[in-house]
Design a protein around this ligand. Sequence first.
Ligand code: VGL
Ligand code: ZN
Length: 202
Amino acid sequence: MNALLIVDVQNDFLPGGALAVPAGDQVIPVINALQDYFELVVATQDWHPPNHKSFASNHAGKKPFDLIDLNGLQQTLWPDHCIQGSWGANWPAALNMNRSEAVFRKGTNPEIDSYSAFYDNGQRKSTGLADYLRGKKVTRLYITGLCADICVFFTALDSLQEGFESFIIEDATCPLDAKDVIKTNQAFIEKGGKIVRSEAII
Ligand code: VGL
Ligand code: ZN
């Protein structure tokens, strides 16, 4: 069984949002079109409390994109984004969310960030996504969304580790940093992942 995963397609990651991905809105029509080709669609939502320690604003003297040690893990500091219940955390109006059978929220613990849809950044706590997918007899996971070089990438690595045949649909993702995504895609391929384009599915 194949499943489509929509990672963090939220207002704050789109042009006009707090942590905007350049041209991030271009993934929306592609993701909308892809959903017709999957029996199961699932989404994730970055969902931070206002005191989340990945926010530069919660560290005196720090600014966005500074690096710190957060409870033993290297942490990039971000502008405040995807605050629980805010406009920025919400879905863009143009995204079809009717097909998503479940939404897995992540980044809720203020002490640790959570890029992957499966685990927090310390691999300490599971979101339950892997068991949910196994319960639905999913064997192949097709990953879309934002940002290609961060949450999509870490989700894709964990998907491989959880034993799913794992695909990133390249034109249904968009990077925060165009240089980084070349390296992250390469790392994904080296671990056995596959990069495809939506034309191969639609
Ligand atoms: C993300 C940075 C911080 C993402 C989430 O969805 O890629 N990036 N929080
Ligand atoms: Zn975040």
